[in-house]
Design a protein around this ligand. Structure first.
Ligand code: NAD
Length: 696
């Protein structure tokens, strides 16, 4: 008996109830008494079967990842020891699963002879999402229960499955009716009465036999599961480990799984992904908001503007179960906006990602209007109209007259000053920025922009509703472009000069995709539409020599079939264009720029080092609260590769001294502000410091 494991007996069945709140993670303090209790039950001749169950809201939800890298993680008994003990028992062990059995929790359950579960339970091996593979036999045992094809799909995706699938595929043996523990005890008694044999999973090879005879369908499953791994090592390692389970004897496959785990856990990618896992949780905590602050209720949302962003924002809330009223300037604009929304839902239903019934329910949550008075009962109103201060001020002025007291008023502006927008109302404490990313119903990032006067409970409410609709919120301060777009400006600043000095769009884009970005900046520009930046530059009186020329020729990117690249009809694949190469050369000649070979390192130094430098400035100005918040913005909103952990984590790995030295070099050579090292960055570099709390 211990605080963490309670032992009870019933008619020869021992029930071990694990209790390590909040989620029964497999910390050392749980592993020790569990191991002892299993030994005792094994040695007690009066015990004929053992049920492993959990107290609280869930079965074991996984390893205790806060133990990673600490001595406790290495201390015996390890999870592997527990799994081996379970599997060697001369009497059957039954896992009784409720809530979630994820990672180490499922691995423990897989080491039992049988698994029964509550019908709402979920099981999965999500280690790949932390850059790892299941390191306690998951890749070797799961294929024996569900077959290697299904196993590779589950382990490489890391996605959980519900009980219907779990029963059908063989992960669980029975679904409980009523009380889970009582069901598990009855199941145990029945198995004892049947007399066995109780074959441990390690000895069940029947589902491996077909792949051993002919690996083709397994290899096809591997190919399918790993087709979008984008430079990440863990998905390939997971697949390799399942392949070992097929081809090698159990113990050998287990040893190999361990070796691969150790390599991954010490590697940069897994450290980066674990950093992001904690960073996302950290980002939801806002310094200075105490427990005394309570959020406002948000039961109904208004969205102004049914364009690209307004439609997507409205869909995000509706998908999260919150009814939305959309306001537009005219019925025609409303119809246009709604046609897009309806089309999006029709595609989802066609693909099977939502049912027809669900589609109907979601569409029924929308109301539409052209009359501001219809927004009077909204708890939150989000403006997504044209990006012009005068229009924004006018809209907020109107909102001030109709919104109910205490309603939260938000702007989706990409760049504009939230404080100036707030000043057009008599209630600046209720105003903030909610900066969604395009497409807003898909992208998870939400920058919550805190104005000078935004009230703490308004901020807290925004964080709460963001979570409810499945977004990843990061609180940022007011400046031109906030965190993401401001840093994007620094990343893009040298693009045109690199072209003029000798690089090509395809060369620069390749450096980016080799780095792990899903797309380079020029392919991205073509996708987004070059005309957006062109119009913006015209209104600001600025220019970009190559992009402006392309736009003057009507080359707006994918939508016109031509931009920095050519696009064949119906294709999104960028094809380098000799006419663009000539345009670049001509413009360079006009400006007397001598074109030369541009190296990969130079491209990184002139794009990603300024990105990091701007990040340091953003931190100095307290626009972001922590370096890890910036990493969350960039990995969730801009495609920074997760295996590199975000720009600030990557900067630590790259070496701050190296970055500052090269920024100094480029600043000396060009005198451009983007290269002038931030004071804080220089100081960190000089003192051997780093951005991450735990130095990489
Ligand atoms: P859009 O042109 O697609 O849509 C704007 C919509 O607002 C139009 O349908 C227009 O009819 C409507 N509108 C304009 N004035 C109005 C008014 N006074 N009352 C009611 N409706 C009005 O623009 P968008 O791309 O959706 O951008 C909207 C806002 O979101 C801008 O502030 C933009 O900076 C920001 N934003 C855009 C993106 C993006 O990628 N497009 C990303 C983040 C933020």
């Amino acid at each position: 008996m211990s605080d963490y494991v309670t032992v009870t007996h019933e008619d020869g069945i021992t029930v071990l109830t694990l209790d390590n709140p909040p989620v029964n993670a497999l910390s050392l303090r749980l592993r020790e008494p569990l191991y002892k209790a299993l030994e005792a039950a094994r040695d007690d001749a009066s015990v004929s079967a053992i049920v492993v169950a959990c107290a609280g809201r869930t079965f074991i939800s996984g390893a205790d990842i806060s133990e990673f890298g600490t001595p406790a993680a290495l201390q015996s008994p390890s999870l592997r020891n527990i799994c081996a003990l379970l599997e060697s028992l001369p009497k059957p062990a039954i896992a009784a699963i409720h809530g979630t059995a994820f990672g180490g929790g499922l691995e423990l359950a897989l080491s039992c002879h049988y698994r029964v579960a509550d019908k709402t339970a979920k099981v999965g091996l999500p280690e790949v999402k932390l850059g790892l593979l299941p390191g306690a036999g998951g890749t070797v045992r799961l294929p024996r229960l569900v077959g290697p094809e299904k196993a590779v799909q589950m382990i490489v995706s890391g996605n959980p499955i519900g009980m219907a699938q779990a029963l059908e595929s063989g992960v669980v043996d029975a679904i409980a009716d009523g009380d889970l523990t009582a069901f598990a005890v009855a199941f145990a008694k029945q198995k004892v009465a049947e007399g066995g044999p109780h074959v441990p999973v390690r000895d069940r090879d029947e589902k491996l036999a077909p792949a051993r005879a002919d690996p083709s369908s397994f290899e096809a499953a591997v190919k399918e599961a790993t087709k979008k791994t984008r430079g990440l090592e863990a998905p390939l390692a997971c697949a390799a480990s399942v392949r070992n389970a097929v081809n090698l004897p159990f113990d050998e496959a287990l040893t190999k799984e361990r070796e691969i785990f150790i390599t991954l856990v010490g590697g940069v990618q897994s450290r980066a992904q674990r950093h992001l896992f904690f960073a996302e949780r950290e980002a939801a905590k806002v310094p200075g908001i105490g427990k005394e602050v309570t959020p406002r209720t948000i039961a109904k949302v208004g969205v102004i503007g049914a364009g690209t962003m307004g439609g997507g924002i409205a869909m995000s809330f509706v998908n999260g179960g919150v009814p939305v009223t959309i306001l537009e300037m005219s019925d025609e604009a409303l119809d246009r906006g709604f046609a897009t929304i309806e089309k999006n839902y029709a595609i989802s239903a066609q693909r099977g990602s939502i049912s027809e019934d669900e589609k109907g329910k979601r569409l029924a949550r929308f109301s539409r209007t052209t009359d501001y008075a219809d927004l009077a009962d909204c708890d939150l109103i989000i403006e997504a109209v044209f990006e012009e201060m005068s229009v924004k001020r006018e809209v907020f002025g109107k909102l001030d007259t109709i919104a109910k007291p205490g309603a939260i008023l938000a702007s989706n502006t990409s760049y504009l000053d939230i404080d100036e927008i707030a000043a057009s109302t008599s209630r600046p404490q209720d105003v903030l920025g909610l900066h969604f990313f395009s497409p807003a119903n898909v992208m998870r990032l939400l920058e919550i922009v805190r104005g000078a006067k935004t009230a703490p409970d308004v901020l807290l409410s925004a964080l709460g509703i963001a979570k409810k609709i499945g977004k990843v919120p990061v609180v940022v301060g007011v400046c031109h472009g906030f965190v993401g777009n401001r840093m994007l400006g620094a990343r893009s600043a040298e693009g045109e000069d690199l072209l003029l000095e000798g690089a090509s769009p395809e060369q620069i884009d390749k450096v980016f995709t080799d780095f792990g970005w899903p797309m380079g900046p020029f392919a991205m520009g073509d996708l987004a539409g070059l005309d957006i930046g062109w119009r913006n530059r015209k209104s600001l009186g600025t220019s970009a020599v190559i992009a402006d020329s392309l736009c003057e020729q009507g080359r707006f990117g994918q939508k016109t079939g031509k931009g920095f690249y050519l696009y064949e009809a119906g294709s999104r694949a960028p094809v380098p264009d000799a006419a663009v190469a000539k345009l670049i050369e001509d413009k360079a000649r006009e400006r007397c720029v001598n074109r030369r070979e541009i190296s990969e390192d130079e491209i990184i130094e002139r794009t990603l080092y300024p990105l990091v430098n701007e990040g340091a400035k953003v931190l100095e100005e307290k626009i972001a609260a922590r370096p890890s918040d910036i990493d969350i913005v960039w990995t969730n909103g801009y495609g920074f590769p997760i295996g590199k952990g975000g720009p600030m984590f990557w900067a630590d790995v790259e070496g701050l001294k190296k970055i500052v030295d090269r920024l100094d070099y480029w600043y000396g050579r060009t005198g451009k502000d983007v290269f002038k090292p931030a004071e804080s960055l220089r100081k960190l570099a000089e003192t051997g410091g780093s951005f991450s709390a735990k130095p990489a």
